[in-house]
Design a protein around this ligand. Structure first.
Ligand code: ADP
Ligand code: MG
Length: 701
C-alpha cells in the first residue's frame, strides 16, 4: 500500500511527463497520495436546471436543459470556431467551441435534448458558454451519476494543459480503478467503530465522487476527525511524556519575601481571579512536576503582579527567576514597577536590555553567576549566551506570542535542569486555537479586571470627520486627561512611517500649540534613553499627547491616559487594535478609543472596525478575527510549527469537534500513555509519520 500511494504521479495513466510537471508545479501534486488528498473546494448541485430566460452573465456555473437548434462555423481551417444555438423554450444562448470543432459537429445532433453545464459570459452582447460540459439528457437521467459535481482548484496554466476540474476528477477515478489501488486505514479499527466513522477508503471516495449531501457530510466528518485528532494526540502525548520524565524543582516554602510583599507592599487587594491563578501556580511549583503554564488575561487584568508573586516564590526557595518582555520600553516598565513594589524587601533586581552598557553588563553577569542577583528582567538580551545563572528556577515570558519557539527553548536551557516556565499573553486566542497552539500547556485565565474600571467607549471616525475628533481631544485634554495617538508601522518602509508620524505630529502641534500644550513623539529611530525620557515625561503628566508608531503596542501602563486615537485603524488587525485600546481604561475615569480611518473601506476593514465598536470582550474579538482571517494569519500561529493549512478541518468552524477529539485523545493516553498496546500501534506509527513531516512536535514548548 505504501508503495501504491507513494507512486510518482507521472506514472498515472493520462498524466505523463508534461502534465506531471504541471501538477507538481501548479498544485503540489507529486504522488498518488497527493492527488487523493487534493480535495474539491466546493460542489455544484446538478439536480437543478436554470431557465435560459433568467440567465445573465453574473451567474456562476449553471445547468440548462434544451436543444441545439443550429450550428455555425467561422474562421480559417486552422483557427476554427463553432457556435451552436441552444434553446430551452424560454430563450436561447450560444455554445462555443474553439477546439474539437469537427468532433462536436459530428457528435451533437440538432433537435436532440442535451444537458449543458458551464459558466455564462457576455461576448459581442450575446450570452454564451464556451466549451460547455454537454451530454444527452436521457443518459444523464438514467445513470445514477452524482448530482454533486466536485470543483477542484486549477490554475490557468493547468487549464491550458487540459487539467481542468473535470480532468482532475477523472485522474482520481483512473487511479482508484487500478487493480493495485488500496487505501489503508489510518485510525485503529476500534476507534473507527466506536465513533461511527466511515472507513478512510470510503470517505476519500465519497469526497471525490459524492452521491448526496448526507454521505458527503459523513465523509468530511471522518477526514476532519482524523486531522484534528492526530494534532491533539501529538500535543497531548508530548505533554504526558514531559510530565512523566521531567522532574521539577520543588518550591515548597512560602517565605519571607512573598509574605512580606503580600502583607506590607501590595498596594491593593488582589482580584479573585488573580488569587485563583496565584494558587494554581503555587500548586504547580510545589508539586514536583515541572510547570509549563500559560497565563491568559485580557489587557489590564493585572498579569504583572501574578508574575512578580511567582518570582518571589522562587526566591523564597533559594532560586533565581527572570522575566522576559518583547520590547525595551516594556522591560524597563516592568523593571521600574517591580523595583518600586519590592521596596524595602532586600531583593536584588536588575535590568538587561540591548542598550545596557558594557560595564554594567559585566557587573550584572558576575552578580548573576554568583547568585547575589535574584531577579533579572529584560528583553531577548536575556537569552544571549554570556548570561549564566547561578540557579535559575523560574522563567516568565510576557506577551509570549511575540517570541518564537526557538527563543523560548533557549531560556529553558539556562539551567542544567529545566526551570519552571510561565508564559503570559494578553492576545486573546479563541479556545480552539489555544487548544492547538498551547495544547501542551496548562492554562490559567484571569477573567476579571481590577475593580472600578469603566468599559472603554469606542468610536469610529472617517477622515472627513477629523475636526470632530480634534474637538473631542481638546475637551478631554482641557479636563486634564492625556492622549495616545498611534500610527501604523509599515514593515517595508520605516521611512514612510516616520514621514506619516512627523506629518501627523506637525499637524497636532498646530492644533495644540505650546506653551499651553505639550505634544511629544516616540519612534523607532530614537535611542533607548531618548524614548525612555519621552515615556517618563508622559507618565509624569508633563505631556498631553504622546504620538508613536506601535512601539507602545504592548504593556505600557499610564492610568491617567484615557484617550487612545488609532490612525489608519483599517490597517491594523483586530487583535492589535484590541491590544492598543487596552492601553487606556486603566484608571477609574471613563476612557475612550477613537478609530480613525479613510472614508473608503473594504468590506473586511469595515467589519473589523464594527467589531471593535461593538465589543470590549477580547475573546469575542478573537473569535471574530479567526472567522475573518483564518488561523494561518493570526499572530503566533506562524511561529508555532503547527500546520494550519489543514486540508479539511477549519479551526474557526470546527471548535466542537476539536474539543471532542481532544477528549478522545486524552482518554487513549490515560489508558496507554506511551501508546504501547498492540491496538494502538497504528496511532504511534501515524504520529511518527506526522513528526517526520514539517511539523515537529518536539519543538513546541
Ligand atoms: P496586564 O495584564 O495587561 O499586564 P498590568 O499587570 O499591567 O496588566 O496591570 C494593569 C494595571 O492594573 C496596573 O496599573 C496594575 O498596577 C493594576 N492592577 C493590577 N492588579 C490590580 C488589582 N488587584 N487591583 C487594582 N489594580 C490592579
Ligand atoms: Mg502586561
Amino acid at each position: 500500500m505504501e508503495s501504491f500511494l507513494d507512486t510518482d504521479i507521472t506514472y498515472l495513466k493520462g498524466v505523463g511527463p508534461k502534465r506531471a510537471e504541471l501538477l507538481k508545479k501548479e498544485s503540489g501534486i507529486f504522488t498518488f497520495r497527493d492527488l487523493l488528498y487534493y480535495f474539491p473546494f466546493k460542489y455544484i448541485d446538478r439536480s437543478q436546471f436554470h431557465k435560459i430566460s433568467e440567465v445573465n452573465a453574473t451567474n456562476a456555473y449553471l445547468q440548462l436543459k434544451g436543444k441545439i437548434t443550429s450550428f455555425r462555423t467561422e474562421g480559417t481551417k486552422y483557427k476554427k470556431r463553432l457556435t451552436a444555438k441552444f434553446s430551452d423554450g424560454t430563450g436561447d444562448i450560444e455554445l462555443v467551441w474553439f477546439q474539437g470543432v469537427n468532433w462536436a459537429v459530428k457528435n451533437y445532433t440538432i433537435g436532440a435534448e442535451y444537458i449543458v453545464f458551464g459558466k455564462p459570459v457576455v461576448f459581442n452582447r450575446q450570452l454564451s458558454i464556451a466549451h460547455p460540459d454537454i451530454e444527452p439528457a436521457g443518459r444523464f437521467n438514467e445513470t445514477d451519476r452524482s448530482a454533486f459535481v466536485p470543483q477542484y482548484t486549477t490554475t490557468e496554466k493547468m487549464k491550458a494543459g487540459y487539467l481542468n476540474s473535470k480532468a482532475l476528477q477523472l485522474l482520481t477515478q483512473t487511479m482508484l480503478a487500478l487493480p493495485q489501488a488500496k487505501i489503508d486505514e489510518t485510525l485503529p479499527q476500534w476507534l473507527v467503530a466506536k465513533h461511527n466513522l466511515l472507513s478512510l477508503d470510503r470517505a476519500l471516495k465519497i469526497i471525490h465522487f459524492p452521491n448526496n449531501t448526507s454521505e458527503l457530510r459523513l465523509a468530511e466528518y471522518r477526514i476532519k476527525f482524523e486531522e484534528l485528532f492526530y494534532i491533539q494526540l501529538g500535543i497531548l502525548r508530548l505533554k504526558t511524556g514531559r510530565d512523566k520524565t521531567v522532574k521539577g524543582f520543588v518550591f515548597s516554602k512560602v517565605g519571607y519575601s512573598f509574605n512580606t510583599f503580600y502583607n506590607k507592599n501590595l498596594p491593593f487587594e488582589l482580584t479573585s481571579a488573580q488569587k485563583r491563578v496565584v494558587k494554581e501556580i503555587r500548586h504547580d511549583l510545589g508539586s514536583g512536576k515541572q510547570m509549563n503554564r500559560l497565563l491568559q488575561g485580557d489587557v489590564g487584568s493585572g498579569k504583572t503582579l501574578v508574575a512578580l508573586m511567582s518570582m518571589l516564590l522562587a526566591l523564597d526557595n533559594g532560586f533565581q527567576a527572570c522575566l522576559m518582555a518583547p520590547t525595551e520600553i516594556l522591560a524597563r516598565q516592568h523593571f521600574n514597577t517591580i523595583e518600586r513594589m519590592l521596596d524595602g524587601l532586600g531583593v536584588n533586581v536588575m535590568l538587561l536590555t540591548g542598550s545596557t552598557r558594557k560595564k554594567e553588563r559585566e557587573t550584572l553577569h558576575a552578580e548573576l553567576r554568583s547568585g547575589r542577583l535574584h531577579l533579572l528582567i529584560g528583553t531577548h538580551a536575556l537569552i544571549e549566551d554570556p548570561v549564566v545563572f547561578y540557579n535559575l528556577g523560574l522563567v516568565i515570558i510576557d506577551e509570549q506570542h511575540r517570541f518564537g519557539v526557538a527563543q523560548r527553548a533557549k531560556l529553558w536551557q539556562k539551567n542544567l535542569h529545566p526551570p519552571h516556565v510561565l508564559v503570559m499573553t494578553a492576545t486573546p486566542i479563541p479556545r480552539t486555537l489555544a487548544m492547538t497552539l498551547y495544547g501542551d500547556l496548562d492554562v490559567s485565565v484571569i477573567d476579571e479586571l481590577p475593580p472600578g474600571r469603566k468599559p472603554i467607549q469606542t468610536f469610529h471616525y472617517r477622515e472627513s470627520k477629523r475636526l470632530g475628533m480634534i474637538g473631542f481631544l481638546r475637551k478631554q485634554i482641557d479636563m486634564g486627561q492625556q492622549v495616545y495617538i498611534v500610527y501604523p508601522l509599515i514593515k517595508e518602509s520605516e521611512k514612510l512611517d516616520l514621514q506619516n508620524l512627523e506629518a501627523g505630529f506637525n499637524g497636532m502641534v498646530q492644533m495644540f500649540p505650546p506653551p499651553s500644550y505639550n505634544v511629544i513623539c516616540i519612534h523607532g529611530r530614537m535611542k533607548a534613553d531618548e524614548k525612555e525620557l519621552a515615556m517618563q515625561a508622559f507618565k509624569n503628566a508633563k505631556a498631553h499627547i504622546l504620538m508613536a508608531t506601535t512601539v507602545i503596542e504592548v504593556g505600557v501602563d499610564v492610568p491617567n491616559a484615557t484617550v487612545m486615537v488609532i490612525e489608519s485603524a483599517e490597517r491594523f488587525g483586530l487583535s492589535q487594535l484590541h491590544q492598543l485600546r487596552g492601553r487606556v481604561g486603566r484608571g477609574e475615569g471613563q476612557s475612550w478609543c477613537i478609530l480613525m480611518s479613510s472614508d473608503k473601506l473594504t468590506h473586511e476593514a469595515r467589519k473589523r472596525l464594527e467589531t471593535m465598536t461593538a465589543t470590549n470582550d477580547g475573546f469575542a474579538i478573537a473569535e471574530a478575527d479567526l472567522k475573518l482571517r483564518g488561523p494561518g494569519d493570526i499572530e503566533g500561529t506562524q511561529q508555532s510549527g503547527i500546520p494550519f493549512d489543514l486540508k479539511m478541518a477549519n479551526l474557526a468552524r470546527d471548535g466542537q469537534l476539536l474539543q471532542y477529539v481532544r477528549t478522545v485523545a486524552q482518554e487513549i493516553l490515560d489508558d496507554d500513555n506511551m501508546l504501547e498496546s498492540e491496538e494502538n500501534q497504528i496511532l504511534k506509527n501515524q504520529l511518527q509519520k506526522l513528526k517526520s513531516s514539517p511539523t515537529d512536535w518536539s519543538s513546541i514548548s
